[in-house]
Design a protein around this ligand. Structure first.
Ligand code: 13P
Length: 281
């Protein structure tokens, strides 16, 4: 069933786990992610990068995600990932998103608060909740990772914006790490405490050692993002299929294995974040 961000976050809070948030890029990655959630009886989030909302691709992909979520027998939220402005957040709402991320993390603190608050208010009209970002989670490609989120700022951000959850900078980055990251677990705990136990989000899940992710979830991460590794699961399987002399040529048949590969990858992440069997907590 298609549910809003609050519904899956509430399940995570009640069950002490993190909702896995899978970035999807086409119908096949969406199918793999939803099939994994159904097989594991897990709530999940399917999210789309903001650039797709600026391109035709988002117009086609959004109905696919909505259809997959509606058909699913587990709670699925359709989320905009890293929306930078009201152009993307408005389009995402129009195309059926039930969760919105407004990423104002590169703006000065006060501007981040003002923009996020405005988007929270607009989204509330349609019962859609918002994820904010504070302390910039960059990419693995050379950006400084020294803007860690402070507990005091996080407290103020929650109070003044009304976000449902907050992406925090605690040691991760987007993309493939050159060396495995170590999370600042103490900081996650301190932010949770300062905010009265609000749901926190960890970006850059691909390549984070399993033990680190488990510690992060135990410390209060309630939404855990995976994108790059989904691309690898899908593309590696496509490449493998292409090598086979008897490969299917009809694209729908060819895609069966890559869909399966995405599903199997997502199942491992669902287990890791403790979301298996939590669809009906
Ligand atoms: P990765 O690509 O590193 O898994 O990051 C996912 C993410 O945080 C998307 O916003």
């Amino acid at each position: 069933m298609l549910v809003n961000l609050k519904t899956v976050l509430d399940l995570a809070e009640k069950g002490n786990f993190a909702v896995p948030a899978f970035n999807v890029y086409n119908m096949e990655t969406a199918m793999g992610a939803v099939q994994a959630a159904e097989e594991m009886r897990a709530p999940a989030i399917l999210q789309i990068y903001p650039r797709l909302f600026k391109e035709e691709a988002g117009y086609y992909l959004s109905p696919v995600v909505v259809a997959a979520a509606r058909k699913a027998t587990v709670p699925i939220c359709f989320h905009l990932d890293h929306g930078p402005s009201e152009l993307e957040t408005s389009r995402a709402l129009r195309w059926g998103a039930t969760g919105i991320m407004l990423d104002g993390s590169t703006l000065p603190f006060e501007e981040n608060i003002a923009l996020t608050k405005r988007v929270v208010e607009t989204c509330a009209y349609t019962d859609v909740q918002v994820e904010g970002e504070l302390g910039h989670v960059g990419t693995v490609n050379g950006e400084q990772m020294d803007e860690f989120t402070t507990p005091e700022d996080a407290k103020r951000f929650f109070e003044e914006t009304g976000v449902a959850c907050l992406a925090v900078a605690v040691g991760t980055a987007h993309g493939r790490y050159k060396k495995p990251p170590k999370l600042d677990i103490e900081r996650i705990r301190a932010i949770r405490e300062a905010t009265g136990g609000k749901p926190l989000v960890l970006h850059g899940g691909s390549g984070v050692p399993d033990e680190e992710i488990k510690k992060g979830v135990a410390a209060g991460i309630r939404k855990m993002n995976f994108a790059t590794d989904i691309c690898y699961a899908f593309l590696d399987s496509c490449l493998e299929e292409l090598q086979k002399p008897d490969r299917a040529i009809a694209v729908d048949n060819f895609m069966k294995k890559p869909i399966e590969a995405v599903k199997e990858f997502c199942k491992t992440r669902i287990l890791l974040v403790g979301a298996d069997g939590k669809a009906d907590v």
